[in-house]
Design a protein around this ligand. Structure first.
Ligand code: PEP
Length: 252
């Protein structure tokens, strides 16, 4: 049986002081809600505060990106070893905002994923179609291709540390949400692709989240779908009550 994973993506929001306050407020609200894993992915400078504040709670902490080289002349970048040494457990890779604004490609997403896994991090690997691709009816081909390219060369035994977040780009931060049926269908295409690459057992075990304007009003219906194993949540992860309501939907 797959476990739900409810993960927040704070993007470029919150200072370290705001991080401490948020997690101190959130922790009692989600305490004991153990039918899902709860993750907050925060900006690099907030990681230390988040890890400290989350100690002894059921909240796990992740970063929002990682570089693929171990070290070297990459000004402004952060390595997987740096993240894991301070106690970071998860890392988002391939978010559409990184792909759209910072030139990330399936090739760099693949390299980052390998580097993160080698350092013992759990990866939340984001992929999804843009609006024109959905309108052109090529969503299935696009997500299948991204799945293949992003996972290329990754060993089956490492898949237990990979979560795929299906995030239709047209639904991120727009208030537009995929219907539960669209989310289920496309997460199902990703699962079939994983089955073709690694076998049915790996596909059955793979956690596939939906992300794209998931909120307290739509989480229950989305999470009820058989292929949707959780959510990657942007805007609604910045409010403790809204994020808790999504955790509640996963615990119902
Ligand atoms: C995200 O940042 O991954 C996301 C899904 O954002 P939002 O929930 O705001 O659409």
């Amino acid at each position: 049986m797959r476990r739900y994973v409810i993960a927040g993506n704070w993007k470029m929001n919150m200072t370290p002081a705001a991080t401490r306050k948020f997690i101190t407020e959130l922790a009692p609200m989600v305490a004991g809600k153990d039918k899902c894993d709860i993750v907050l992915c925060v900006p690099y400078v907030d990681l230390a505060a988040a890890i400290e504040a989350a100690k002894g709670t059921n909240i796990k902490i992740g970063a929002e990106n990682v570089h693929f080289e171990k070290s070297g002349a990459y000004t402004g970048e952060i390595s997987a070893e740096m993240l894991s040494e301070i106690g970071t457990e998860y890392v988002i890779i391939g978010h559409s905002e990184r792909r759209q604004y910072f030139g990330e490609t399936d090739a760099t997403v693949n390299l980052r994923t390998k580097a993160a896994l080698a350092a013992g991090l759990k990866v939340i690997l984001c992929l999804g179609e843009v609006k024109d691709e959905r309108l052109a009816g090529i969503t299935d081909e696009v997500v299948a291709m991204q799945t293949k390219l992003d996972l290329a060369g990754i060993e089956k035994e490492d898949l237990k540390n990979v979560i795929i977040a299906y995030e239709p780009v047209w639904a991120i931060g727009t208030g537009l949400t995929a219907t539960p049926e669209q989310a289920d269908e496309t997460c199902g295409v990703i699962r079939k692709t994983v089955a073709a690459l690694y076998g049915e057992d790996a596909a059955e075990a793979m956690i596939i989240q939906y992300g794209g304007s998931m909120n307290d009003g739509n989480a229950k219906e989305l999470l009820a779908k058989v292929n949707v194993d959780g959510g990657l949540i942007g805007g609604a992860s910045l409010k403790t009550d809204k994020f808790t309501a999504i955790v509640d939907a996963a615990n119902a």
